[in-house]
Ligand binder design. Structure first.
Ligand SMILES: Nc1ncnc2c1ncn2[C@@H]1O[C@H](COP(=O)(O)OP(=O)(O)OP(=O)(O)O)[C@@H](O)[C@H]1O
Ligand SMILES: [Mg+2]
Length: 307
């Protein structure tokens, strides 16, 4: 089984940079897939490439594939699938009533996120040939919250399955029929969906397979968001392995920058006290023109990992 890494954090803290650095570092000796789930894709900008086919694999090097998920395309696919399944389960009258609602749902953010999550599930379950799959997530952090979705939906699915079985049994009794309940199309859809959700739930809940890296900057707002993010993930029993403090100022002789640096240092100390038990990594502020920046960042983040 591959190892899955989610890189999360507030907007602009350096998620894409860190995810790309880790992907490049691992790809030196492993087969890696880097996936951007953020609708405002900057992975291709960072790698200086043009990815024409969104949601498809782009071969960057022999050992590194990149994919930028197209939220709009996924939302449409997702709703088409839902419509197909509703068609089997609901009467034409009800279908007619909800058709418009389903069509409008394409542009709602919740649908995009659910569809992206569905795509993440597919990527994880259908791409077993990679040693590492790294997800660069959207800044809202909602993608991370969706990780808990399979568990919630599973409970709901089980109720639906029981209800459907009851209806089928009653139908058999009422019309004195002996239709095999297991052959029912609707029941099969529900059970398949539940089994897929259970599978993905099991993978996502396994700390041996899934790691979470939270990227932050050493300042108040970023810290508060990180604290909230980690707390809510841990409420879902998802452990955050690494906290990456990015953009730490170098030593400075200038009074203004020295003040900034002193502030950062205080924060870094505070972060260390707050996030006990996690690996905390410090990444310096790099000059933009430095070519080997990603290499340095990757080395810092993976210092303790065997490649
Ligand atoms: N250590 C660093 N030193 C200097 N610049 C950095 C560093 N890390 C990131 N940057 C720069 O900061 C900007 C934001 O970084 P990045 O795109 O990785 O953040 P992000 O968290 O993915 O942002 P978004 O939330 O918009 O997706 C980029 O221009 C990047 O080059
Ligand atoms: Mg980004």
């Amino acid at each position: 089984m591959e190892k899955i890494i989610f890189v999360g954090g507030k907007g602009g803290v350096g998620k894409t940079t860190c995810a790309a650095s880790v992907a490049l570092m691992y790809s030196k000796k492993n087969k890696v897939l880097l996936v951007s789930t953020d609708p405002a894709h900057s992975t291709s900008d960072l790698f200086n490439i043009k990815i024409k086919q969104k949601s498809e694999l782009y071969r960057y090097s022999e050992s590194l594939d990149i994919m930028e998920i197209d939220g709009e395309k996924e939302a449409k696919l997702y709703l088409t699938e839902i419509k197909k399944q509703c068609n089997l389960m609901l009467s034409p009258v009800i279908m007619g009533e909800i058709q418009g609602q389903l069509d409008r749902a394409v542009s709602s953010p919740g649908t995009h996120e659910s569809a992206i999550f569905e795509k993440i599930n597919k990527i994880i379950t259908e791409n077993q040939s990679y040693d590492y799959i790294i997800f660069d997530t959207a800044p809202t952090g909602h993608t991370l919250h969706l990780i808990n979705l399979p568990k919630t939906v599973n409970i709901w699915m089980n109720t639906l399955i029981q209800k459907r079985k009851k209806i089928l049994m009653l139908k058999n009794m009422k019309f004195e029929k002996k239709d095999r309940i297991e052959d029912d199309k609707v029941l099969n859809i529900l059970e398949n969906r539940r089994d897929n959700l259970l599978k993905i739930s099991k993978i996502l809940g396994d700390p041996k397979i899934v790691s979470f890296y939270f990227v932050m900057n050493p300042e108040k707002l970023s810290f508060l968001e990180t604290k909230r993010g980690i707390k809510s993930l841990e409420e879902y029993n998802i452990k955050v392995d690494k906290v990456i403090i990015n953009r730490v100022y170098p030593d400075s002789i200038d009074e203004f920058w020295q003040e900034q640096k002193d502030n950062q240092e205080k924060f870094i100390e505070f972060i260390g006290q707050e996030f006990i038990g996690k690996e905390i990594l410090i990444i310096p502020y790099y000059r933009k023109e430095k070519k080997d920046t990603l290499d340095h960042i990757g080395k810092i983040i993976l210092s303790e990992n065997k490649l």
